[in-house]
Design a protein. Structure first.
Length: 454
């Protein structure tokens, strides 16, 4: 009996020791380490132009106390990488008999060149609850995709240079020129717009030729991005403009533009084209003054100026009304004549008329008349002050304009002029500069002072 009692006591002691040891082990067990997993799709070789998707999952043994801070992008040479908006997805997974909480985000990767791409490691900062409600824990987790992907060019598109792959691509152009016949000193502006969801879409350099007898002024390209929705592939609109100023008469042509590209939807080669633009440029003075149209990014244009035909018609109507008033009343006729005279004087002092006289003198290659007309025009825009040429260059800095002004001054005041002055270049440069200057109206000479002595 004593033996049975001893056995029972020993069993109880061993059971209590086992329970105590197990409880201590559970209490002292380390917390589960957060997990970061990366999965790239598609896995096998892909064709250039196909987007890759990188799925990144972060899992914690409890729950998140703050949203994981995924980087917006990461460095991958030869490709563009962006975090897809709206791609967040909550996860729940059983690991080691416990339920873990997780979050997944997706990255869009667009390879720009063929070759082998090795994804770098990725670091994500997280804050989650400690086991047993012991407060928050903040740390960074690191993951590695562990695999590479090979990007190749489709065999049918192997000759494309540069390689452009898109689901859609559209090319359009806009040509701005004088409404009348072109003359030496006039300008023509060409704008080419590419709308595409391609990762890159560049215009060929042949679209902007430097033709003999003309000068090209190329604007920096402008681009904007739009999306159908937050997760969609971006649609890029790229626009570039160039202005040709024709210094000599002749036959010119803005070349045709051809873009060959790979259609990702139809898996075939496509070609987008713009037609050539032939231009005939006559002698200087064959056309009216032409001011270049406002660029897309330039300030808002000033008030529109009337055409010469409209002005002539208005003056004729005013003259007829004046004669009728003179016939009805001598006194009214005298007032009408005075009013018409004042109208004519105001017209001769207007910025439009002064600039027309200036360009006309340049096209006649009359240096003295051009200098006088230049000062009159600048006085209208800047008010009389010394250093009007510098005032103009400060507001429209241009080496070509500075050289044209210096050439005029050298012809008039130089000791040994190199030859007869040619004003075509100055007329073209002034037409470019005029776009960025305010069109001022002169103050009437008979205006009364603001205060009068009694």
């Amino acid at each position: 009996m004593r033996r049975n009692l001893a056995t029972l006591l020993l069993s109880i002691i061993l059971t209590l020791a086992l329970v105590t040891t197990t409880a201590a082990a559970v209490t002292a067990a380390p917390e589960g380490t957060p997990i970061l997993r990366m999965n790239l799709e598609p896995r096998g070789p892909v064709e250039l132009g196909i987007d890759l998707t990188l799925h990144v999952e972060v899992l914690v043994p409890t729950w998140f106390l703050d949203a994981p801070r995924f980087p917006e992008t990461f460095e991958l040479p030869g490709a563009t990488v962006e975090l897809i908006r709206g791609s967040a997805q909550n996860l729940s997974e059983t690991i080691g008999g416990s339920t873990w909480a997780g979050l997944r985000r997706d990255y869009r990767i667009q390879p720009l060149n063929p070759g082998k791409f090795q994804l770098p490691s990725l670091v994500v900062a997280i804050t989650y609850a400690r086991a047993g409600g012991k407060g928050p824990r903040t740390l960074t987790v690191r993951g590695q995709a562990g695999s590479s992907v090979t990007v190749t060019v489709p065999e049918a598109a192997a000759r494309l240079d540069p390689f452009i792959a898109a689901h859609r691509l559209r090319v359009s152009q806009r040509v701005e020129r004088p409404t009348e016949a072109l003359g030496a000193g006039d300008a023509v502006r060409r704008s080419i717009v590419i709308e595409s969801d391609a990762a890159t879409a560049e215009l060929p350099a042949a679209a902007w030729p430097q033709a003999p007898g003309a000068r090209l002024y190329l604007d920096p390209p402008r681009s904007r991005e739009s999306r159908v929705n937050a997760a969609a592939r971006p649609l890029l609109t790229r626009e570039q403009s160039g202005t040709w100023i024709f210094e000599q008469p002749g036959q010119y042509q803005l070349p045709a533009v051809t873009l060959d590209w790979w259609d990702l939807s139809g898996r075939q080669l496509r070609r987008s084209q713009l037609p050539a633009v032939p231009l005939t440029v006559g002698p200087a003075g064959a056309t009216a003054v032409f001011a270049l149209p406002e660029a897309v990014t330039a300030p808002a244009p000033g008030p529109a100026w009337p055409s010469r035909r409209a002005v002539a018609l208005a003056l004729a109507l005013a003259a007829g009304m004046g004669l009728w008033l003179a016939w009805r009343s001598r006194r009214l006729g005298q007032r009408a004549v005075s009013w018409l005279g004042a109208l004519g004087q105001a017209w001769e002092r207007s910025e439009w008329w002064l600039f027309r006289r200036l360009v006309g003198a340049c096209r006649r290659h009359d240096a003295g008349a051009a200098q006088a007309a230049l000062h009159a025009w600048l006085n209208n825009c800047a008010a009389p002050q010394p250093g009007l040429n510098q005032w103009l260059l400060d507001r429209t800095p241009s080496p070509e304009l500075a050289a044209a002004l210096a050439n005029l001054a050298s012809t008039l005041y130089g000791v040994n002029p190199t030859g007869p002055w040619r004003g075509t270049a100055l007329a073209g440069q002034l037409s470019l500069a005029r776009r960025h200057l305010p069109r001022c109206r002169p103050t009437p000479t008979n205006a009364l002072p603001t205060t009068l002595n009694p």
